[in-house]
Design a binder for this molecule. Sequence first.
Ligand code: HEM
Length: 168
Amino acid sequence: MFKVGVLSIISMIFVVRAFSYDLDASSGSLYDKYGGQAGVQKIVDESVVALLADPTVASYYVVIGQSGHDTADRLKSCLDLQFTVLMGGLGKYPGVSHYRNAPKRGYTCENMKVAHSDLGINNQAFDQFVMILGSVLQRAGVDRKDVDILAPTLLGLRSDVVTKTILP
Ligand code: HEM
């Protein structure tokens, strides 16, 4: 029932925006409204836990910590930056993230196409991923109308993230 609710919010949204942006934090941003950096990090932490608890999505994350792939710290740090920007906080994505235990020079977070190019992600996994994020946002107290504001940007990443369109 809840899953259907989140899916219907997402499926009602048609606007697609590019995922490269540079926004200034301004009063009234979703970033400020939902607790600034502490709020973003809580959303990212809870998203990672929820994504890893889902069998469809979790299987893609076995690469974390392997050579040539993200560490868990880098993944969370880049997600922090991405959600900060997405919610109207300061920064630019793709860009350099200093969140978490980033090295002094920061993590140079990749654009979505490059970050997901060798993962073989299909549409089903993408839909599940976005639905999980929607659930986490709502559990974190983000108003439904604000989830509706964020969802189009996330959904707009499909063509960068999905590389496997023919099912086995
Ligand atoms: C709205 C959609 C998505 C967003 C915003 C997103 C965001 C990110 C970010 C910020 C990174 C880190 C990039 C870097 O280290 O430079 C990343 C990496 C990763 N994402 Fe996503 N992602 C999305 C969809 C997905 C989906 C659908 C899956 C799998 C089902 C997935 C699996 C992964 C994995 C496994 C990595 C690590 C890649 C590696 O280390 O080689 N992502 N993602």
